[in-house]
Design a protein around this ligand. Sequence first.
Ligand code: 5AD
Ligand code: SF4
Length: 444
Amino acid sequence: METKAKLYIETYGCQMNVADSEVVVSILKEKGYEITEDIQMADVILVNTCSIRENAEQRVWGRLDVFRQIKKKKPELTVGVIGCMAERLKEKLIEEEKTVDIVVGPDAYRDLPNLLENAESGHKGVNVILSREETYADISPVRLDKNHISAFVSIMRGCNNMCSYCIVPYVRGAERSRDPKSIINEVTELLEKGYKEVTLIGQNVDSYNWKDEKNEKVSFSQLLEMVALINPALRVRFSTSHPKDLSDDVLHTMSKHPNICKHIHLPAQSGSTRVLELMKRGYTREWYLDRIKAIKIILPDCSISTDLMTGFSGETEEDHSETLSLMRQVIYDFAYMFKYSERPNTFASRHLKDDILESIKTRRLTEIIDLQNELSAKSKKEDLGKTFEVLVEGYSKKSKDYLYGRTSQNKVVVFPRKNYNIGDYVQVEIIDCTSATLIGESVI
Ligand code: 5AD
Ligand code: SF4
């Protein structure tokens, strides 16, 4: 009997990359590859990469060092770099790191079997062609998550916003929406397999815009409703919203359907209109705050999270304090915070100076992290005494006697297991909290 080639895949970056790796595995399984979680057993190693910040790429170079050592002992091993960094660096990757056999961009995954076959016979290969159509709509992703409770479903690819700091439009190409029928089918299949939650993902979900042959349109709020109606017991999340495009329609759809989770990730990047303009974000501080007001009025129990960046080109102390004041005004439940990292060939790298000292970027980042810690603590304190429906995702890391799950607001709750199981919806009263989690007790 012929033994199947073993594929080991490692994923860095955003949720989109997680979803893409599942598409890649599906394509390769179809061609007879078998997944392995043991890197030493692999015939093929693929690393799905991110370019968003310099340090994301550094991490991948570090991994390539490790793969080189493995290949020394096993010369027949094939190493592939796929995803955003593959798209950005193209053949340079092979030139700089001889360990790499194939380089494949985010829109070229259907070519992987062919490139791997050529690599086996000693031919290195690169395919970084971006597409205006590819959405991998017909491919049923092979789920790589552990719990089989929650899955990402990609609803669009690419991005048309040209934020001046951002590499994404260059490495993921133009925006395109996926056929809603294929989205509904994928979600229905997940439900049949026992999944309890889906997260609809795209770089800017609010600009989802499908047109069929008869020119009938489906907007994001319509798609969201279609997915919510599949089954009231299926939780629906989505990410990422863009402040310039988040419509009241979407908020009203969220309020109409209890199974659409009450959490919005709304990246602000900065609280200063002057900086937002330099970033080409397409909104002002006032516009952003107006969207926050709409969320708070239409969805009073909705949590809000954000992305923030410190030290963008020309950011003054005053701009920085406007970011701090925006945070205080919104009271984010959680936030992802970064130092600006200049990316080659973006508008900012060509036209603006990366002129904020590293030490100042770091100090400002520390200030926003410290403030966010205060705000997150405040947000958790407000949950004390309240009861939430928690979808159980697994056992607590510390003890098998405890389960963990998330509230609709995307907050993690740990509580005593009793007779509950993974996948159950449990009413949990919050009785305490640590810096990262809520602690509760199930109520019948
Ligand atoms: N430097 C630092 N952070 C960045 N992000 C995007 N581009 C950069 C960059 N060049 C951040 C933004 C975005 C998140 C995904 O990553 O905050 O929302
Ligand atoms: Fe995701 Fe952007 Fe990183 Fe690509 S560069 S993996 S799109 S975060």
